[in-house]
Design a protein around this ligand. Sequence first.
Ligand code: NAG
Ligand code: NAG
Ligand code: NAG
Ligand code: NAG
Length: 558
Amino acid sequence: MRPPLLLPLFGAIGLSNAFSTAPKNVPNKNENYIFNVIQDSMRQWGSSLHHNGVSFFLAGVPAGTQFYHGTSNASPVNGTEWLAFEPEHAMVFARPRRGPPPHLPPADSDTEQQEVVHGELRKRKHHDTDEKHHGPPGDHLPKALDENEAGYLHTYVAAKDLRLLYLDGMSAAKTSKGTLDSQDAVLFNGSLEDPLTRRGGESERARLACEMADNEWEGRIDGVLRMEAGFEIILCHFERDLTSVRITQVKQHSEGQHGPRSNRKHGDRDGPHKEGDDKHHDSHGPKKEDDGKRHGPGGPGGPGGPPHGGPGKGPDSSRWMRAITARYNGIGGNRVSLNFNHFVTAFSHNVDLFQDNSTMPRLANLTADELAVIRADVTNLIKTHNPTDVCEDWQVITDMIVTRYSKELSYFASGSIDSVEKLQSEVERVLSPFIDYSKRDDLAETERCATQFLPPLSSEGGGIAAHAVHGVAHRICSALVETGKEQDLKSAVQIVRNLVAYLDWATWKECRGCASNEICVVPIWPMGTVQDYNSPQCKDASNPYDQGGESYWGGIRH
Ligand SMILES: *[C@@H]1O[C@H](CO)[C@@H](O)[C@H](O)[C@H]1NC(C)=O
Ligand SMILES: *[C@@H]1O[C@H](CO)[C@@H](O)[C@H](O)[C@H]1NC(C)=O
Ligand SMILES: *[C@@H]1O[C@H](CO)[C@@H](O)[C@H](O)[C@H]1NC(C)=O
Ligand SMILES: *[C@@H]1O[C@H](CO)[C@@H](O)[C@H](O)[C@H]1NC(C)=O
């Protein structure tokens, strides 16, 4: 829910004057959300909780970074495909292909559309006849290999520094909750008509994104970086941007592990993921094999895949989930760097992202004109800045703030402090470094506290990130100063609680003390329940999502 604006913002003084040059659009608006955009970016945990991304970043990946692609095909990819950061994610798609899934409607206009998609997307015309029976981008697999029931894990390295457009949140999750808004509503202006009822949505996203990359974005972007159960890239030109390191055959799956239907399904694509092929109406958690579970996060198999026992079961799922939850706090290794000095977020635009009391931002609800402005900003960002421009790492600054205040604020808000005097002495302990006891001054103390972690000002005076981070730090410090002035415990605690609601840091939902065979479970499309969202818990890593309960995601779209 949108946190209420309860606390007065003190006038900016001192250092903060430098922050008073607002970026365009609306100053002081949504600073808490923008702070979380920065804090959650490229992290599986925060991006799973704050899953509706409304922001666009330039992202750089250094040459030499290893990537993985799973497929039924033993030859290197030529053209556009999906690329995973973790091999376990790609391995879910290292599957043999078989005939068409039995549940698909008979070939009709849909098939025609798929053929078009294939022709343009894959540049693999020699297998069109094969592909048309297999839905989404098929393979270039020789017939002999096609029939040998093998799956392959391709390992590539980036042949050059990659320039990507990162869409934040869980933007590879095919849901109707808003995870696709930044693509479908902004980038593609609704040109994917009714993706809910149509096959091929994901292939078309890849095709449209790469068309924009090559044309509208003048070749300045090599692909799109998104997250589902793992981070992945839609890379437009595999043959141009990657060097193949090795192609290895994966262990063959027994029917017992995956089941015949699952295997057929896997045969449809060779992602790290591909879109699903039809819709699902599963409203009761990932239990039944048949309704969406096959897809796993972003594709068939894995936690969503194994048909006999549902997602979250079996060695594949466990391998996948352990690997991607190891990246909850970041994919690490400096594999991706974001340009935080210049990025586009709808949170800084003067638009209503929370219509109908929505708890999550929705870009889909904006007018065509509003969307066009954001879209133009993205194009402008791409044309005028580079992923590798020298910039401040605002995420480490948000980390300093979150790690400093996260536990303190939980404690103050917990209700376990039994007198206002005690609460105020704890608050004073936190504020004391910023107090000149010979000269008390609320405004000065607040501002010293608020600027503690901020970098020296650049000549630019700070962009969206600088404003948001300063604004949030200021809000925290002013709330603490206010708390120190309250006469009664209840109102003092309430100030902190309002602050906590306003901040909505993902760290507050982290599990504590999971055993070494457990992972902390939060909904990651298409798995997870409402309960998992509201209070994530440690669960057995070999079966993390098999708990029943009301599905968090509801229906699935493409
Ligand atoms: C990739 O496909 C294109 C179009 O079919 C072809 O011209 C090109 O030679 C292929 N490149 C490689 C490396 O196979
Ligand atoms: C989206 O709209 C813009 C402006 O109307 C247009 O130039 C562009 O081609 C459209 N893009 C797609 C993918 O339809
Ligand atoms: C939004 O919430 C407010 C306060 O709970 C309520 O009064 C209002 O009717 C709600 N609006 C909609 C459109 O649901
Ligand atoms: C916002 O968009 C969603 C998805 O398109 C739709 O279900 C909802 O009714 C819209 N709400 C408003 C206020 O337009």
